[in-house]
Design a protein around this ligand. Structure first.
Ligand code: BES
Ligand code: MN
Ligand code: MN
Length: 459
């Protein structure tokens, strides 16, 4: 039997066991944003480290000032490329809890899907590569190239510990190609390879007013209300055309290539169906761009949270002493989060209302990435996906961010393969997150085949 057919038969038989293993990992509530979960975050690291060790990989925990990095590798194969799988073992908070049909950390099968926080983002997806690489040992064959793993526990909060540790471990991470499954297919039945991600720049903006909350009857009208001032400041940051108003914001933005716009038009994206899927009656965005262009290749501003004033039941008549917003900008090539910080500070200096103190907290940032869709690694991945999903992948970009990717590319000079097995309606970061079980199996098979095809690329 051929190498690939042997792998296929082994993987077919292993499916029930693979699903049970994933469920064990999903039961660990590794919420990186929640300090009370730090023990569980570490347990999640240990779980995947044990899984890697159990499959015969050389594995170690690299300690940081935060959650540990899990690093593993198979033996070097001289003359063949080296692949580095990157993924994350942390998850987003599960709230709102009352919106989950089955509990977030009790993985449950329903309608061919596995429901749990982390099912698709990213435990289910990164596990496909652990199992896809392990299938080689499982069929008494050695991997045809060296596969390394780096699985971190802070992706969902900006990867600051990994960014700080990168210089010290970059030699160990040396690779020809970085493989990441932490995104989506184009749609059900249409697999995709993602060749671009947006970057991000994340802030908390606080406006401080009177030294304490004031009676809004006695004092209203005489001093700035920080909540009104904050609302105005935010609304001044973006105009009616959807253009961001920070000084020089668009100077470095790489315009879309006409060939790229053409290719995306060919994807047949349906605005009405998209609006229905999201439960909105209409769409909006930067004038002059299609929905896919707005999501994949144009910079945006979002308010992720607003705070300040009375939040309790009923009414309370006050001028709050402060108001704050969580703000994020999605960035495109060649924008940098550092440049956006400078622009935002300048904007605030020019627009700050008198009598209020402005405080800007820089939370995290990372540049976007766009990779060469014509690389031989892409062709190898395309073949592996076609084998397993029964259809050739289309090329897409994504609007989400994996902030460490640009830094890893810079540190290693490696190519990047973003092979998303998820679906857009998987509910990442939302209640009832799921992963299609058939896609979990297809992802494992595509991974097993990927090592075969990548090994044939001359490095
Ligand atoms: N898996 C996502 C990134 C992603 C989302 C890629 C959608 C492609 C499509 C990742 O876990 C994520 O959520 N990243 C955060 C980064 C942030 C917390 C720094 C994001 O994009 O908001
Ligand atoms: Mn993710
Ligand atoms: Mn995420």
């Amino acid at each position: 039997m051929s190498v690939l057919a042997t792998l296929d038969r082994y993987l077919q038989q292993s499916q029930p066991d693979h699903l049970e293993q994933l469920k064990h990992w999903l039961r660990i509530p590794s919420v990186s944003a929640e300090p009370l979960c730090s023990g569980e975050v570490r347990k999640s690291a240990q779980w995947v480290a044990n899984a890697l060790r159990g499959q015969g990989f050389q594995c170690e925990m690299i300690e940081t000032s935060g959650p540990p990095l899990v690093y593993a590798e198979s033996p070097p194969v001289p003359g063949r490329p080296v692949a580095l799988v990157y993924g994350h073992y942390d998850v987003q908070p599960p709230d709102p809890l009352d919106k989950w049909i089955s509990p977030a950390f009790e993985p449950t099968e329903r309608d061919g899907n596995l429901y749990a926080r982390g099912a698709t983002d990213d435990k289910g997806q990164v596990f496909t590569h652990v199992l896809g690489a392990a299938a080689w040992a499982g069929t008494a064959q050695s991997l045809p190239l060296q596969v390394k793993f780096l699985i971190e526990g802070e992706e969902e909060v900006g990867s600051s510990q990994l960014a700080a540790t990168l210089p010290a471990i970059k030699d160990r991470l040396s690779a020809d190609v970085i493989v990441i499954s932490d995104s989506s297919q184009y749609g059900a039945g249409q697999p995709a390879i993602t060749y671009g991600l947006r970057g991000i720049a994340y802030y908390e903006l606080r406006l401080h007013g009177p030294k304490q909350d004031l009676h809004s009857g006695s004092f209203g009208g005489a001093v700035h209300n920080p909540a009104i001032a904050l609302s105005r400041l935010i609304s001044q940051m973006i105009d009616q055309q959807g253009r961001i108003q920070l000084p020089n914001f668009y100077d470095s933005v790489k315009p879309l290539a006409e060939s790229e716009r053409e290719m995306w038009r060919g994807l047949g994206f349906d605005d009405q169906q998209f609006a229905n899927q999201l439960g909105v009656s209409g769409l909006q965005g930067e004038v002059g761009y299609s929905t896919l262009e707005r999501r994949w290749a144009r910079p945006t501003l979002d308010v992720n949270g607003l705070m300040g004033g009375y939040q309790g039941e009923g009414g309370k008549t006050i001028i709050p002493s402060w108001a704050a917003a969580k703000l994020s900008f999605r960035l495109v090539p060649n924008q940098s989060p550092e440049a956006v910080t400078v622009q935002l500070k300048q904007f605030l200096a020019e627009h700050a209302p008198v009598g209020l103190r402005v405080e800007l907290i820089e939370m995290h940032g990372g540049s976007g990435v766009v990779v060469d869709p014509d690389s031989p690694y892409m062709a190898a991945a395309s073949q592996a996906i076609a084998d397993s999903f029964g259809k050739s992948p289309v090329l897409i970009r994504e609007g989400g961010s994996i902030p460490i990717v640009a830094r890893m590319v810079e540190a290693t000079g490696a190519d990047v393969l973003l092979l998303g097995w998820g679906l857009e309606d998987d509910g990442a970061h939302s209640p009832n997150e799921k992963f299609c079980i058939a896609d979990f199996y297809r992802g494992i098979r595509a991974s097993a085949h990927l090592w075969h095809y990548l090994a044939q690329v001359s490095s």
